[in-house]
Ligand binder design. Structure first.
Ligand SMILES: *Cc1c(COP(=O)(O)O)cnc(C)c1O
Length: 403
């Protein structure tokens, strides 16, 4: 039987899902995702949902972008996987395109955001070991950051005592400091610290953009102490904040940057980029991956990156994102709307985010909840001002219905 032969009711599907799927992330939306196009996620009955989640900041060019779909089909027809034992055009040309577009020298493939950050952590620790000896391997990260769900990235995530960290024991080598507080970072950077790792805009932790002074100060601090500056751009990368990478918006260049979410147009692909000097720390045998740089994922990413550049989606993100942020600020019960480009959060005067999310989904608008009082909107970068008006109006109706 083929998957397309299954003809189940929504209730049957949900019952089967509950029987077999372990739900470790969150309660799902009451929506069966069947197809998608542009800004819309479509369920099995053809109902369209205006999607301000975009696969969690993944579908930058919208659902089922034509160029991305064509690239996947074409590559799948000729070769699906060959491993990193061989050279290939998709892998090589994507690395070249990315490095040249963002002004980096070297590229290393990974499969997910957490894995890219894990590679970045490994690279920094080995760099410390090789240049300064085995004691210098600590990394300072920020409170309310999010860096992923592998054991090391969970510990890099500055959220002690939350479900993300609790119960998983210790991984040595991480210290936390206050985000946007340079003195706090300076104080944490003793002579065992080899790197500082931050998101230019904190995403999962509450949508907090770094100030320019903070990132410039970190750059200066790292240069002064011989430390590496690591940017986690898994969420901010590839157009979301108004430039190809957020570090370009800030004019602060990291030594290593990680990327994932929007890179593959929905296919699982991630990477780290670094200067040649730093990346050379990973000599033969020091790091690797079976799936990383898979040709189908690379083909999708190559098409996605070209679409992002050719359609000037970073510019759209900047303009429409500023508009969305302004419109959200005008809503009743909104204490603050904040963010950069199309990574936007709205904080309310009480803990109504979860209720709003369900009310909005019933009205066919999707967004995420990041705190009991804060929602986050991370739509595809093709979103228009009119679609933002629609979303804000639906949210207003929801707010009126609970207040
Ligand atoms: C989503 C995210 C990650 C984790 O990426 P996965 O692909 O889920 O492993 C890491 N860092 C940031 C900033 C993220 O937004």
């Amino acid at each position: 039987m083929k998957l397309s032969d299954f003809n189940m009711t929504k209730e049957e599907l949900i019952e089967t899902a509950h029987k077999y799927l372990n739900e470790s992330l969150m309660k799902r939306y009451d929506v069966v995702a069947q197809t998608g196009h542009d800004m819309y996620l479509v369920d099995a009955t053809g109902e369209e949902y205006l999607d301000f989640i975009g696969g969690i900041a993944v579908n930058a060019t919208g659902h089922c972008n034509e160029a991305v779909v064509a690239a996947i089909k074409e590559q799948a027809d000729c070769l699906i996987h060959s491993s990193n034992y061989f050279y290939s055009i998709p892998q090589t040309m994507l690395a070249k395109l990315v490095c040249e577009s963002i002004g980096m020298e070297k590229f290393q493939y990974q499969n997910s955001g957490a894995e890219a950050n894990e590679a970045m952590i490994k690279l920094a620790r080995k760099y410390g070991n090789d240049n300064f000896g085995p004691k210098r391997n600590k990394i300072v990260t920020a409170y309310s950051s999010f860096h992923g769900r592998t054991l090391a990235t969970v510990m890099a995530t500055g959220q002690p005592e939350t479900a993300i960290q609790k119960g998983f024991g210790e991984v040595e080598g991480f210290k936390y400091a206050e985000f946007n507080n340079l003195e706090s970072f300076e104080a944490a950077c003793d002579d065992e610290v080899i790197a500082v790792m931050v998101e230019p805009v904190q995403g999962e932790g509450g949508v907090y953009p770094a100030t320019k002074e903070f990132l410039q100060g970190l750059r200066e601090l790292c240069d002064r102490k011989g430390m590496l500056l690591l940017f986690d751009e898994v969420q901010t990368g590839w157009g979301r904040t108004g430039d190809l990478m957020a570090f370009m918006s800030y004019g602060v260049k990291p030594d290593v940057v990680s990327m994932a979410k929007a890179l593959g147009g929905g296919m699982p692909i991630a990477a780290i980029c670094a200067s040649e000097r730093v990346m050379s720390t990973f000599g033969a045998g020091a790091h690797g991956t079976t799936f990383g740089g898979n040709p189908v994922c690379c083909a999708a990413a190559y098409a996605e990156v070209n679409e992002i550049i050719e359609k000037k989606l970073p510019e759209n993100a900047k303009e429409v994102g500023a508009y969305l942020k302004e419109k959200l600020a005008e809503l009743p019960h909104v204490k603050e709307s904040r963010g950069m480009g199309l990574l936007v959060g709205a904080e309310f005067d009480s803990d109504i985010a979860a209720e709003l999310k369900h009310l909005a989904a019933d009205r066919h608008l999707l967004f995420t909840v990041i705190k009991p009082n804060t929602i986050r909107m991370i739509p595809p970068l093709i979103v228009t001002k009119e679609q933002c008006d629609t979303a804000v109006n639906i949210l207003k109706e929801c707010l009126n219905s609970i207040s």
